[in-house]
Design a protein around this ligand. Structure first.
Ligand SMILES: [Fe+2]
Ligand SMILES: [Fe+2]
Length: 171
């Protein structure tokens, strides 16, 4: 039986992943509205990844005999600036999520829950990728600066990001 403290923390992390998915959905809407459909596509792929993360934890908690307790998802930001501001915001969200995963890992370590530690290793590696992908886009946007044509080229590139079609099941 899983420790109730871990059960609560995993439920909290499921909520955090769903909150991230909801925020990326809001950002995708913002990019659609500002005619940057490539950036919107990129954010939709990101949203699907976050749903996949939530489902991985959901399935894990069920496998461990824990109880799923879904919580309300926070309102996403509404006032987004230009793409650079948006990606800086997204990087901050990912950094917070990394902290949250690390705290969960520390709790699992303190409680000698080896299975949860093992499951979380994937998430620790994933967060390195998540932060890097935000930083890469920020670097490209900084290079583009005020050059509108560079932004349009970038928008086209962002439009080619494709996800794993099975990503939303968490398998
Ligand atoms: Fe995530
Ligand atoms: Fe993420």
């Amino acid at each position: 039986m899983i420790d109730p403290k871990i059960e609560d923390a995993i439920n909290g992390q499921i909520n955090q992943e769903l909150t991230a998915a909801y925020s990326y959905l809001a950002i995708a809407a913002h990019f659609e509205k500002t005619n940057l459909s490539g950036f919107a596509n990129w954010m939709h792929q990101q949203r699907l990844e976050e749903l996949d993360h939530a489902m991985k934890l959901f399935n894990y908690l069920i496998d461990r005999g824990g109880e799923i307790k879904l919580q309300a998802v926070e309102n996403p930001h509404k006032d987004f600036g230009g793409p650079l501001d948006v990606f800086k915001l997204a990087l901050g969200m990912e950094q917070n999520n990394t902290k949250s995963i690390n705290e969960l890992y520390r709790l699992a370590t303190d409680l000698n829950d080896y299975a949860t530690q093992s499951h979380l290793k994937w998430f620790i590696d994933e967060q390195v990728e998540e932060e890097k992908s935000m930083e890469d886009v920020i670097a490209m946007l900084e290079l583009a600066g005020d050059d509108r044509s560079a932004l349009l080229v970038l928008n086209q590139q962002m439009g080619s990001r494709q996800g794993d079609p099975a990503a939303v099941t968490g398998e």
